[in-house]
Ligand binder design. Sequence first.
Ligand code: CA
Ligand code: CA
Ligand code: CA
Ligand code: CA
Length: 606
Amino acid sequence: MWQKYSCMLCRYLLPMKLKYLLFNDWLSRCEYNVQVWFKDPLGGRSKERKHWVNLAWCLLPTLLLLACNNDMDRINRVKRGSELAQQYCASCHAFPEPRLLDKTTWEKDVLPAMGERLGINSFNGSYYRKPVLSDKPGATTNQISTEDWDLLVEYYTTVAPWQPLRQHRDEPFKSPAPPLFTVHEPDEQMGEAPLASYVGMDTLHQRIWVADGQDSTLHIYNNRLEPLQQLRTASIVSDIILPGAFTGNRAYVTCLGTLYPSDALRGSIETLQDGVKAPLKALPGLNGQAKALPGLKAGSMQAAKSLALPADSAQNTLQWLPEVLKDHLPRPVQLQYADFNQDGSPDLLVCGFGYNNGALSWLELDTARQVAVKEHIIFPRAGAIKAWIRDENHDGRPDIWVLFAQGDESIWYFENTGNGNFTPQRILQFPPVYGSSSFTLQDIDHDGLEDIIYTCGDNADLSRILKPYHGVYIYKNKGRHKFIQQYFYPVNGCYKAIVKDFDLDGDEDMLTISFFGDYGLQPQEGLLYFENQGGINYTVYTLPASRLGHWICMDAGDIDGDGDIDVVLGNFSQGPANFPGMGSQWRNGPGFILLENNTRAARKKN
Ligand SMILES: [Ca+2]
Ligand SMILES: [Ca+2]
Ligand SMILES: [Ca+2]
Ligand SMILES: [Ca+2]
């Protein structure tokens, strides 16, 4: 006990210079008292008591000194542990500061898994839960000695806080939000306990596509939310390139293979070809006049002058025929398209998330035969989750921006150097506990340079505690690939931000969804509206629709053609399971909802 308090005294209360002065003072007192003791050992009773007191006074600093020596040993060990953490942890990803997690989460959850990757299966003589396995079966990789690993763990468990950091908002969110959206639910649901893994708006044909992970099915609705077709896919759908300019009458469907982390190459890409090629014609009764559409539970969706649907969609006779374009992919989560090798034929970019292994790659297509003729690996790394195509340097070749969300969480720029070859450059790097979830490129401040809007909040990995650094970030583009953080708003478990001018006042607003929100105390985090107040300033509002489902995916577009941006949200009704009450609410909720934007209609009224 006394060691503990003396160590605290040394560590927290006394700066080094003061310790030195006190120590010298004590030494001189000891020297004086010892001299007096031996010079006058037969003094009076009071004098004897005084000498005992003086002796005790001499012993106290000695005890403190011993304690300090223990303390100094520990300080030196922790210092060495810090160097080892920089050496080993930062060799794979951004250096994770101990303060990002609490001591227990480091010791019990994160470090055992990290030790396993370095070939370590014990700490201070106690064995971790799992056996040591390397990526190559039958081989183990001891990359760090047991002694060094113990020092590294001691560093994290010493410096980390006892309790997780708390979320802090300078500006709490507000309620009620401006009456921007009206909620619509489909009459015909996807099934009980929906697991929406994808929602998308085909604004060209005014259809909504929703994938259900329960039974790997794809559901297509018209903009009245009436079902047009349901079909089965190879596996759970993660992304779709909807029919449009690139794909003509085809859709390209990304099938994840397996929902849970795995290195199995079960992912695939399917093409869907519309079997009925009916000509476009205007729906009867909608010849350019605003009219409430039937089939909606609430609200008054406005039909637009341009509203025209294929006859087949009006008659519920879509016949999409799936064909496998490419299989054996590492958990692909997104597709993009461009002519990467400039041969006049479009190619596909695949974000192969994988688990330990994954790849960013592009596929040369034989669009006539509907097969991928060759796969080119751009970056053999796990975690590619979101990509955007830009001709960044205006040389006519499509370049690529990618967020990697596994291990080395980071945003990369791949410059197309010709013939489908790319030069990688890391632009931003985030600590591996951030749980990067999405990013987008948009010129928020209208200075001619696209800025980065980044969200983090995936919390399904090793450290499943609420994290105050989860939320939405804006990095301002300073030119020459330099980005500076200009904005952060904390949102637990933030999964995606869509940046659009929702209220049509000329500046970029945002909608965010959260999958791992703080459902115990602030379930409103599930869906937030950021109204731009000029520059990079927002007022953040809660939206009542946050209660209706466990929103995991979101898309935006003008689905009714009236000139404002509507939103579709997908409900993944499972997990996290530790919030009683929310589970049944989500399971009984709709598979998806449409938020119809009222802005244009309100302006017409006024
Ligand atoms: Ca090409
Ligand atoms: Ca900008
Ligand atoms: Ca706006
Ligand atoms: Ca609209």
